[in-house]
Design a binder for this molecule. Structure first.
Ligand SMILES: *Cc1c(COP(=O)(O)O)cnc(C)c1O
Length: 388
């Protein structure tokens, strides 16, 4: 694992700000006045570049957007009030009735639910779980306008060959989008591998303290502009300036937090791999045996691993429930990426068909490794597994 020193600089530094403040000022203003009506009209004519109204641009949010674009090596970025708002904005901003979306890999549940709703507007989709480029190519349709992937994917953390799939899409004039929430820009830069758009749920590692819900889209300026005018400005799902300010604070510690998330998650995953009650561990850092990868190239895009992974118990819902309830340090909650370790299972006891549709085993348990230290977490898992 390595973190590019340039990325550390982007995360940590504030740049010039008024009066020598070392923290980006919070501009908690909904509107911005102009010296003349004509100047206001010029601002309104290019609202993506001017501070007119905070539903469009805001100086604090703009600093965050510049940093996220720089981290992903992208041209432009827009932030949103949640990761789902960002994903919705990509779909609503770029797709037309009659278009088809191909999802590749296990996909975040609400993203697929959103795709279901888009059927009402004439947008269809399919999901492929075979990650080889040849299998993906076979699933394409003449109407496919967008390939959407996650790598590592949701719940099973399988990685795919990002560069090969981006190239395949490009050769057929199909847009690609990758949800890069798991790796963060520090550990994977999909735009440099040929992907068109990257989205983040900033609610996870980028915020890092479980106190913000936010999202971002990064990519070429013309695409981001289209998303801005067709989706962000009209749907209004903006990131509030204060939340942008909290994210700027979160970014400053992202490199140090990720180093510990990475190290401790690998330590805990290796402990689980050796435990007799654990059938399999799904963590992309453990190599192709524990976490089946479709090819050697699949992990090539990752420059490091974060703190979210899963493991499988031999039993079903009852065993899953018993283990989760036996844990004392891990908190039982949704989401991830904060300082506190979390546990959850995709198995809710009544959704086996949904799990099967994404090939997720019923005994799966997902851990988000926080910052408490690996030793205390291993002790907790050990006592809980003993009580099964
Ligand atoms: C959490 C998450 C989202 C959605 O983000 P919200 O901020 O909760 O709307 C999208 N994709 C992935 C991979 C996530 O983990």
């Amino acid at each position: 694992m390595s973190i590019d020193p340039r990325d550390i600089e982007i995360c940590v530094t504030t740049g010039d700000s008024a009066g020598g403040a070392v923290v980006t000022p919070l501009v908690q203003s909904s509107l911005f006045a102009y010296p003349s009506f004509e100047d206001l009209l010029l601002g309104l004519a290019a609202e993506h570049r001017h501070h007119v109204y905070t539903r469009g641009q805001n100086p604090t949010t703009e600093v965050l957007e510049r940093k996220l674009a720089a981290l992903e090596r992208g041209e432009a970025c827009k932030c949103f009030g949640s990761g789902m708002a960002a994903i919705s904005a990509v779909f609503l901003g770029l797709l037309e009735a009659g278009d088809h979306v191909l999802f590749v890999n296990q996909i975040y549940g609400p993203t697929l639910e959103l795709a279901e709703h888009l059927r009402r507007f004439g947008i269809s989709h399919d999901l492929v779980l075979e990650l080889e480029p040849a299998a993906v190519e076979k699933a394409l349709r003449p109407a496919t306008r967008l390939i959407w992937f996650e790598s590592p994917g949701t719940m099973l953390f399988r990685t795919l060959d990002v560069a090969a799939l981006a190239e395949l899409a490009r050769s057929k004039d199909i847009l690609t989008g990758l949800d890069n929430t798991w790796a963060t820009p520090l550990f994977q830069k999909p735009l440099t591998l040929g992907v068109d758009l990257v989205v983040h749920a900033c609610s996870k590692y980028l915020g890092g303290h479980s106190d913000v819900v936010a999202g971002a889209v990064i990519g070429p300026a013309p695409l981001i502009e289209q998303i801005f005018y067709r989706a962000l400005l009209l749907n209004g799902g903006i990131l509030a300036p204060f939340d942008a300010w909290l994210l700027l604070r979160g970014l400053r510690t992202l490199p140090v937090r990720l180093r510990q998330h990475q190290r401790d998650a690998l330590t805990v995953a290796r402990f689980l791999e050796r435990h007799a009650a654990v059938r399999r561990v799904f963590h992309p850092g453990l190599g192709p045996v524990a976490s089946p990868a479709p090819s050697d190239d699949a992990n090539a895009a990752l420059e490091g691993t974060s703190g979210l992974f899963s493991f499988e118990l031999a039993g079903g819902f009852e065993e899953v429930r018993r283990l989760i309830d036996a844990l004392e340090v891990f908190r039982i909650a949704v989401s991830w990426g904060g300082a506190e370790s979390l546990v959850i299972s995709p198995n809710r006891g009544d959704n086996i068909e949904r799990l099967e549709a994404q090939s997720i085993p019923p005994g799966l348990i997902r851990l988000s490794i926080g910052l408490e230290g690996a030793e205390i977490l291993i002790r907790d898992l050990d006592q809980a597994l003993d009580r099964l």
